[in-house]
Design a protein around this ligand. Sequence first.
Ligand code: LLP
Length: 423
Amino acid sequence: MGPLPLHLLPSTGTVAPDGRLTIGGCDVLQLAERYGTPLFVYDEEHLRARCREAVAAWGDGVAYASKAFLCKAMAALVHDSGMCIDVSTGGELAVCLAAGVPPERLVLHGNNKSLAELTEAVEAGVGRIVVDSFDEIDRLSALAVAGMSARVMVRVTPGVEAHTHEYVMTGQEDTKFGFSIASGAAARAVDQLRRLPEMEVVGIHAHIGSQIFVLASFRKAIEALADFFTPLGLPELCLGGGLGVPYVTGEAAPTIIEWAAAAREACAAAGIPSDTRLTAEPGRAIAAAAAVTLYRVGTVKDLPGIRSYVAVDGGMSDNPRPVLYGSGYEAFLPRSTTADRPRQVRVVGKHCESGDLIVPDACVPADLVVGDILCTPVTGAYGHSMASNYNKVPRPAVLFVAGGHARVVVRRETYDDLLRLDA
Ligand code: LLP
């Protein structure tokens, strides 16, 4: 009901005396006019600050999980800011290589890497391959026979259920990811890989889930990993990603620094050797709060006694998270950023289904009208990266803003783009 909590804005977000929002020194309403809507606006300084915080917290080797948001400019920014990059497909690998990221700074993930993807990664010389299955070990053996070598880590499931949405929970036994410690599969995987001299086993990897607010979940994972990890005498332990971020009023999350400190303490308490290279792979915690999405309101439908629908020019094609996970977002008008929001409406997109929700129960200013620019903050992670062309809606442009300048890092799709692959 109250105004937007300003801490949900990217770090250079400021409100001018007339209530208008600027990010990176750029007036966002002007950005919407100039570049069109829907539009993703990323605060470069915010991204760089989060990357630097991650390196300060975890040390060299901490990787940005590029599935959260990736384009060449993002890969270059992350690399310049000192982080490695986690790629989970040949496609993400190709984008990072095209951006000029040195292959040794890349970590390849995936529960079903193809022989082609493994070959591309090994030939490029990626820094780490995180092995996920016995079938993958067979494929790596074939590469070893062909004389190729790599550094590998073994992804294990610690058997821990993190406090988060079922679809993004991955540490439990019933999962498609990694090797179970409890069943002995993880030990067998390490053993098999150690028998391949071309594959140097450098560490263990675990990722328990995403959007986790409770540091105790990570502590539990470390306790569960310690007895398996320590006797192996391996130099590296990667705890994956998963640190949550606040999306709506009332939510709070630990910082990256607090996350790393809790992990270090838990490792020490669990007897994990202090010279272990402890790393992580944050995605959301780097990218989510760095961006906002700008939409234009096109239709307001008041259904007396039921509710009001505010339809914007995007929807589930640029942000599928509300539909997939029931995720919550705030909405506000960047022409009066600090205005009270007494009006309850349902913000929906332009797609042909009722499930196309952006903010099911949004609070907006009383004077919202057709033509307004409506903004949803904290849309920098898993928005653009999970965007689709449903209903043949062209995907939005992405801007990086800093120092009063905006640059298009991903251009808006055109109808020609939609036809590009048709025979
Ligand atoms: N490392 C691995 C091996 C992962 O699978 C993931 C995320 C991460 C790191 C990064 O997690 P983060 O720090 O971003 O939580 N689409 C969902 C999230 C899926 C996360 C998948 N794996 C969402 O929109 O909430």
